[in-house]
Design a protein around this ligand. Sequence first.
Ligand SMILES: [Zn+2]
Ligand SMILES: [Zn+2]
Length: 138
Amino acid sequence: MTRTLAAHDRVAKAVAKGKLTVPERCEKCNKKRFLEAHHEDYTKPLEVQWLCQSCHRKTHTVRKAVRDTMSTRRTGRGRRMKLLSTNRVAEILEVSPRTVAKWIRDGELKGVKMYPSKNWRVEEAELERFIASRRVSP
Ligand SMILES: [Zn+2]
Ligand SMILES: [Zn+2]
């Protein structure tokens, strides 16, 4: 069994035995939905975050993007931090590119201005920080 499956198995058993309780609301968006167990660290199978499907999917999208960057860096192909276009950020956060532009203007999300195109880009690490900071308020 893979570590992922083993961790989920441990969670299912702990829930069945009443050692873990599934909350009513998603820990990120606070909506009352069907929740899935998310592991920050699979070596700690009982430390889970309960997320709705949509928040859970987003968490993994960002993580995968970050992982891809890391592997690019290791192979030495792109040494710079990966920058995401505002469209890509909008896609990940499921908002309109206009909203992303507004956040950058308001300084809520730190953008990097490109020259000479003057388009904004957002560092992946900054996007992760932004998502984490918005954990409570949807
Ligand atoms: Zn949620
Ligand atoms: Zn997960």
